[in-house]
Write a protein that binds this ligand. Structure first.
Ligand code: HEC
Length: 408
């Protein structure tokens, strides 16, 4: 049975690798095309239908790209599409959500001090929120309000703030941030899948049939692209945030999340303006730094979180606590780990509970059995640099505890 924990860990690593690769490919091509689009220039005597062009140099050659605003007069022989980057980013991301947060719902998705959910309830809420998010967003874009670019953006920002707050009311802080990222990224991928690519297919079909395509399809796709552009950086922040408990596990985490969306806009705005050769709006960096300082400050108030109660043990945790090796394993953890992994760490230089992993009480230690096994039994990741001098025999005790409990 312990083989299962090891296989699961590797599956999780493989999915993460896959996800990082597809996301880099998607974001890379998306950044490239935004910069290309904004940097297009016009010159006299351009071919009919060409809106602008750009010369670029890269990798030992020169490129001459021309943009046809609606479509060229004839269908080109070879047409390269950019869609699988986006689709596979979503698919691999969803796979990771299943592996890490649904598979490990008790540990990562649910925080019983926030809301006492059964895994199936938490998973149902997660799935429902991701699909409803896209439906609400799509309806807003298609409503009369959708014609007002900045009004629509303001409204979408409001939806994101409500979601940030909502997620922190039902999930663990770490899962709340990840879900906010997944919520936003689902909208972005769905934009590509349901709007941008189908609209481009309509234009292509018109071209093949010899009809003149309607420019409205391009205009709609462009609006969705603009949203994706401004949402990219916040999504990356949320996806990486699970390494930084000060962001996700402090009292005002949902306000922090809202400010992250604003930072995404201010940073992108600088690049968009610069690529469009409309000057260098340095003020956006000033605003970004100010937002970041406010975020840092928000993560320190209040100093110590109150209202956290002793959590009851899940059935799985009870199994680990009831195992014959538990007493010995707990003594090891309390001797070698608790000085750092405490609500108020006493280890010099450790000011916050690392990764929000608390290993003080029986319930906390039993709840983290699998992570203790992987971090300190099977691997030597913890304690860092073995600063608390855990012995090989003690590591064996942790392995024996996990492996015998899991196969019971
Ligand atoms: C000197 C302080 C210290 C000690 C002692 C220590 N840890 Fe950690 N632990 C950390 C820090 C710091 C991190 C965060 C590492 C990071 O950000 O990647 C961490 C992270 C973790 C994580 C989360 C890993 C992840 O990536 O999610 C687990 C689980 C963990 N420790 C278990 C243990 C166990 C079990 C022991 C005792 C055998 C232990 N730690 C001892 C400081 C400590």
């Amino acid at each position: 049975m312990y083989e299962y924990a090891i296989a699961w860990e590797w599956l999780s690593f493989a999915a993460r690798w896959f996800h990082a690769i597809t996301a880099i490919a998607w974001i890379g091509s998306s950044f490239y095309f935004i910069a290309l689009d904004l940097g297009l220039t016009k010159r006299p005597n351009m071919p009919a239908g060409v809106y602008g062009e750009e010369w670029q140099v890269h990798g030992g050659g020169f490129y001459h790209v021309q943009k046809y605003l609606v479509a060229p007069a004839q269908m080109p022989e070879h047409l390269t599409w950019f869609k699988y980057e986006s689709y596979f980013t979503w698919i691999s991301g969803f796979l990771m959500l299943c592996i890490v947060y649904y598979g490990g719902a008790d540990l990562f998705l649910i925080d019983r001090t926030v809301m006492d959910l059964a895994p199936w309830q938490a998973i149902a809420m997660s799935l429902a929120s991701l699909s409803i998010g896209w439906i609400i967003y799509d309806l807003l874009c298609k409503s009369p309000l959708g014609k007002n670019t900045w009004g629509l953006m303001g409204l979408l920002f409001l939806v994101l703030i409500v979601m940030a707050w909502g997620y922190t009311q039902v999930f663990s802080g770490r899962a709340a941030f990840l879900h906010l990222g997944a919520f936003t990224a689902t909208i972005m991928s769905a934009n590509v899948f349901f709007i941008i690519i189908p609209n481009q297919k309509i234009v292509v079909a018109d071209l093949i049939a010899g009809r003149t395509p309607d420019p409205k399809y391009g205009a709609i796709a462009k609006q969705r692209s603009l949203h994706n552009n401004y949402l990219t950086l916040p999504v990356i922040f949320f996806m990486l945030s699970n390494h930084y408990p000060l962001a996700f596990a402090t009292h005002f985490n949902w306000v922090i999340a809202a400010l992250v969306f604003l930072m995404g806009v201010t940073i992108r705005h600088w690049f968009n303006t610069t690529h469009a050769r409309k000057g260098k709006p340095t003020w956006t960096w000033l605003v970004t730094v100010l937002l970041f300082i406010v975020i840092m400050w928000l993560s320190t108030v209040p100093k110590v979180l109150t209202g956290e109660t002793e959590t009851s043990m899940t059935p799985v945790a009870q199994k680990f606590a009831a195992n014959a090796h538990f007493g010995a394993a707990r003594d090891v953890v309390q001797a070698r780990c608790s000085m750092c992994h405490a609500a108020e760490p006493v280890y010099e230089g450790v000011n916050f509970t690392p990764k929000s992993v608390r290993l003080e009480t029986d319930a906390e230690i039993a709840a983290h059995a699998r992570e203790i096994y992987l971090q300190s039994g099977r691997s030597h990741a913890m304690p860092p640099g073995n600063v608390t001098a855990i012995s090989p025999e003690e590591r064996k005790l942790l392995v024996a505890w996990y492996e015998s409990a899991i196969s019971q």
